[in-house]
Every structure is written in C-alpha cells, then in structure tokens.
Design a protein around this ligand. Structure first.
Ligand code: HEM
Length: 154
C-alpha cells in the first residue's frame, strides 16, 4: 500500500466514523429514545452516548486534517493549486470542529450538571441545543462527503 493510499483510506474511514455516528444518533437513536424513555433515563442515556462517541470523534478530528493535508500535498503540491472543493472541504471542517468543541466544552458539562442536580427541564433544554448543533454538523459532514466524491470543477 502506498503512503497516499494509506492516508486516503484513513481519511475516508475517519469521515465515515464521524458522519455515520452522527447520522445514527440523529436519525435512529434520537427518535427511539424519545419513543421509549422518560426524560431522566433519556438524558442519562445521551450523556453516556456522547461520552463514548466523543472519544472516537476526537480521533477523527485529528486524523481528518492530518491525513487531509498529507493528501493535499501529495496530490496537488502547493496549497493554492488544489481545486476549490478541497479548500471548501477544509473550511467546512473548521466549522464542524468549532461546533464539536462547543458541544464538548460547553454543552456536555452543562448536561452533566443538570443530570447531577436532577433538573430535567434544564437538561432537556441543553439536549435541544446539542441536537441542533449535531444536526448542523451532520448536514455539513454529508455535504462535504458528497462534494469530495463528486469533485466538481468549481
Ligand atoms: C482539514 C480538513 C481536510 C482536508 C485538508 C481535506 C483534504 C482532502 C483531500 C486533499 C482529499 C483528496 C481529494 C482528491 O483526491 O481529489 C480529500 C478527500 C476526501 N475527503 Fe477530505 N479533507 C478535510 C476534511 C474532510 C472532512 C471533514 C470530511 C468529511 C466529514 C472529508 C471527507 C473526504 C472524503 C469522503 C474524501 C474522498 C473523496 C473521494 O475520493 O471520493 N474531508 N480530502
């Protein structure tokens, strides 16, 4: 396997794990949890789901730019000579990273505090914010994958 192929595989696997995990959480686990669980159990479930999933997201947010910049140099040379869709991919990544850091550093601690205080309405409000931010990141992630796969001549 060439270094380029290895980086490419790592890059696409990282994108799959992050975006696929968000798709499952948003489209499958969220409606199932609403249908099956009362607020206290649902909030505790989500706090544990985020704790476990975010370990993997930390790996992907590191692997994506490292592998992506490696691919960029091997395939296109200078930064400016890459096609526009690669610049858009890197730019949207920064937005996804910022939203992820916001959930990890602000919303998740607030959710844990609400659960510890058994303040279920406050916990529900925090979960609503997380749901919105993850929804934005899911749409961005799907858009990046579609863009990178289509490789349009922008
Ligand atoms: C700093 C961030 C990133 C950089 C520098 C970067 C760079 C690159 C480069 C140079 C390629 C190869 C393009 C080509 O061969 O035409 C690529 C492919 C790809 N990237 Fe990224 N990328 C980044 C973030 C992301 C993110 C956040 C995602 C998705 C969530 C993503 C998904 C993909 C996919 C799916 C491909 C493969 C497309 C295909 O060959 O079908 N990338 N990336």
């Amino acid at each position: 396997m060439t270094p380029f192929a290895l980086l490419y595989a790592l890059h696409v696997l990282a994108a799959t794990i992050w975006v696929g995990g968000m798709f499952f959480a948003w489209m499958v686990l969220r409606p199932a949890a609403v249908a099956m669980l009362q607020a206290p159990e649902r909030l505790k479930l989500w706090a544990d789901v985020f704790r476990r999933f975010f370990h993997w997201v930390w790996v992907t947010v590191l692997v994506l730019p490292i592998s992506g910049i490696g691919l960029w140099h091997m395939r296109f040379g200078a930064m400016a000579s890459a096609p526009r869709y690669v610049h858009i991919m890197a730019g949207l990544y920064l937005i996804m990273l910022a939203l992820f850091l916001r959930i990890q550093l602000l919303q998740l601690p607030a959710l844990k505090r609400a659960i510890a205080a058994e303040d279920w309405p406050a916990g529900g409000a925090v979960l609503g914010v997380i749901r919105r931010l993850v929804g934005i990141n899911l749409v961005l992630g799907l858009a990046i994958i579609a863009l990178a796969s289509a490789r349009p001549a922008l």
